[in-house]
Ligand binder design. Structure first.
Ligand SMILES: [Zn+2]
Length: 194
């Protein structure tokens, strides 16, 4: 009887351990990685550098590549353009977070979203018409604005990069999603002003 009880306990403990491991895995998938910045403008600088590279990649593959631009007339975003854009966003995110899975997921979502935009224009037979109207530079701006808005352009909430940046308040030492120019959290800002 004792042996049976011991056996059940071992099985129970193993089950709990496996469930615990699974919860940690799922949590990792649901909760985005955090990037710690000293000042709020460093976070803005990080995004600005990523968007600057996004713009350069789009220019390279749309403005400076006549063949790829031609293929866009019936394909929307081409395979090579997709790859280049995906890689650019992935590299920026992964360099700061070291989270391969999350960075891959986010860059993939951006591409999927751009494809959705082109697909809607294509399905409604608007794309052939719009393509004739737009210069390669216009198409770059169209995709660029879409990508920035989708990731985080500071103009709306929610967006994909919400809750990714975190900051340490120099007053209370706690970690927050926002600090002001004096590197203080909202509570400390209120306390110091009263
Ligand atoms: Zn504080």
């Amino acid at each position: 009887m004792e042996r049976l009880a011991l056996c059940s306990k071992v099985l129970y403990d193993r089950d709990i351990l496996e469930k615990h491991k699974r919860i940690i895995e799922l949590e990792k998938k649901l909760i985005p990685p955090k990037i710690r910045f000293e000042r709020y403008e460093h976070w803005e600088q990080f995004k600005a550098e990523m968007y600057c590279d996004v713009h350069a990649v789009l220019e390279k593959w749309i403005v400076h590549n006549v063949l790829e631009h031609d293929h866009m007339s019936y394909q929307g975003l081409t395979f090579r353009q997709e790859n280049a854009l995906n890689e650019c966003i992935y590299e920026h995110l992964c360099t700061r977070t070291n989270d391969v899975e999350w960075s891959d997921k986010i860059s993939g979502r951006v591409i999927y979203s751009v494809r959705a935009m082109f697909n809607a224009m294509y399905k409604t037979q608007l794309w052939a018409f719009i393509y004739q109207l737009l210069s390669p530079e216009d198409i770059v701006e169209l995709i660029y604005e879409h990508v920035m808005w989708y990731l985080d352009d500071d103009s709306h909430y929610p967006c994909v990069l919400d809750n990714v940046a975190e900051f340490k308040c120099i007053e209370c030492g706690k970690i927050h999603d926002y600090i002001n120019e004096q590197q203080m959290c909202v509570e400390c800002e209120i306390t110091s002003s009263t």
